[in-house]
Design a protein. Structure first.
Length: 124
């Protein structure tokens, strides 16, 4: 488990590497939601490009998505959520996670590169 959290002017970047577990993903969210800077951010980017062993499942994605959806009720602001990955097997799991945000002001996308992700989040 290795994840760096980088707070940026308008958002947050999670840089995952090595093995990713549901516990890591939930822990990172707890840190983000517990920080007062969460109230001011406009985007969240989770970069999985350096992950070598992704243990997140559809069930994990649904649970984490449900918890995150609850957090979307804490703010009336739009939020852009991005997952960066080239792992084709991970994409359906991400889509399971994204389904939890239907009907909220939070927009979600998948990109293959961090550059593409930043281009989208900054296009607001």
């Amino acid at each position: 488990m290795a994840c760096k959290i980088i707070w940026e002017k308008n958002g947050i970047l999670f840089k995952h590497s090595g093995t990713v577990t549901d516990q890591e993903a939930r822990s990172m969210n707890d840190i983000m939601y517990g920080d007062k800077r969460f109230e001011t951010i406009k985007y969240q980017i989770s970069d999985y490009t350096e992950v070598t062993n992704n243990l997140l499942t559809h069930t994990d994605a649904k649970i984490i998505g449900t918890l995150d959806r609850t957090s979307s009720n804490w703010t009336s602001k739009r939020m852009r959520i991005v997952v960066v990955t080239k792992d084709e097997k991970f994409v359906p799991i991400i889509k399971t996670y994204f389904k939890e945000f239907v009907g909220t002001l939070w927009e979600c996308k998948i990109f293959e590169t961090l550059e593409m992700a930043y281009e989208w989040v900054k296009s607001v």
